[in-house]
Design a binder for this molecule. Structure first.
Ligand code: SF4
Length: 327
């Protein structure tokens, strides 16, 4: 659209409006505004990712002075995001620690083995590619049509522990995020009869390594956005031909649906994991029900007998809160 001199201006040019500084077409101004909005959102996303990863590291004492952290890279969006954010935090951390990126090439047919080394070379981070044909072992041992994931991941775990030893790594960092943690909690409740999730930091099952999950506070939608922004060369995760775990997929969909219909619910569930009240559950190993006796001292945490509990939940429609009463 060009400026027509003999038409009355629809608005008085002002210095405050960048589109009035020149004859810049309105469309260009609009796309400039859209670009600025995207830049602002991306900047906010980067700050949020760094803040959440930094907080998880501090809250769970994940990385200490002198640590050498092995960052496990699968080629999926989450592992790329993990390495990317850890590199940013390392540059400004008040302590010294080293990172080494490790990928296990399991020799699945069609695995694009050049992608990760090429990408990692651009980051400047030391990296190691471990080549082990676990694909053939799994195919040989598991009958056709049976699920291959449990043997495959057991083999992968053993190899990664060995590599961590060989590289002198003191921590093993995995790219699981908040939604993985919640899905695991629900899967354990639905199918395992346990209140158990995925820990942000725990000693490995062989007792020799410390496994950390620095993305523990990060929502999956943020790693997805960050991966798109950074244009990570994602490697598809279906090369082995195995179906993605159906139950995990269904639980993931359920959580996404809840979040859409009841914004804030997923975050509240995650907060609940950090706010456990053993006296109000039923596990006698966490709370001594056998010896519970009246103390004569009033306590807010005591049983409220017949009172109905009120729950304050975020509401998508009201700016305030919604009170839900359960009978
Ligand atoms: S999806 Fe494939 S690569 Fe992943 S654990 Fe299962 S069998 Fe292994």
């Amino acid at each position: 659209m060009s400026t027509v001199l003999n038409e009355a201006p629809t608005s008085i040019p002002t210095l405050a409006n960048p589109s009035h500084w020149t004859d810049e077409p309105a469309e260009a101004a609009a796309s400039g505004a859209a670009r600025m909005k995207i830049e602002r959102e991306t900047h906010k996303l980067e700050k949020r990712l760094c803040r959440e990863v930094g907080k998880a590291i501090v809250d769970f004492n994940m990385i200490e002075e002198g640590d050498k952290v092995m960052v496990c890279m699968s080629g999926g969006k989450d592992s790329y995001a993990l390495l990317d954010i850890l590199l940013k935090l390392k540059a400004r951390a008040p302590i010294h620690f080293d990172l080494v990126a490790v990928n296990l090439d399991q020799k699945q047919p069609g695995f694009p083995e050049h992608i990760l080394p090429e990408y990692l070379a651009t980051t400047g981070v030391p990296f190691h590619i471990e080549n082990e044909d676990t694909y053939s072992i799994v195919k040989k041992l598991i009958p056709e049509g049976k699920t291959t994931c449990s043997l495959c991941s057991r083999l992968r775990r053993g190899i990664l522990y060995r590599v961590a030893d060989e590289l002198g790594c003191t921590k093993i960092a995995l790219g699981h995020h908040r939604d993985d943690i919640l899905q695991t909690l629900l899967l354990n409740m639905f199918f395992g009869g346990k209140m158990k999730s995925m820990p942000p930091k725990l000693v490995s099952d062989d007792g020799k390594h410390v496994v950390i999950r620095p993305l523990a506070y990060v929502a999956e939608k943020d790693t997805t956005r960050w991966a798109a922004h950074r244009n990570f060369p994602i490697i598809p995760c279906n090369l082995c031909g195995s179906q993605e775990n159906l139950q995990r997929k269904q639980v993931g969909e359920m959580l996404r649906d809840w979040e859409k219909r009841f914004p804030g619910r997923v975050e509240n569930m995650f907060n609940a994991l950090q706010n456990v009240v053993p006296s109000h559950l039923l596990d006698g190993s966490l709370y001594d029900f056998q010896n519970a006796k009246a103390t004569g001292i009033a306590s807010e945490d005591g049983d409220k007998a017949f009172d109905k509990e009120e729950f304050v939940a975020p509401s998508p429609s009201l700016p305030g809160v919604q009170v839900v009463q359960l009978s």
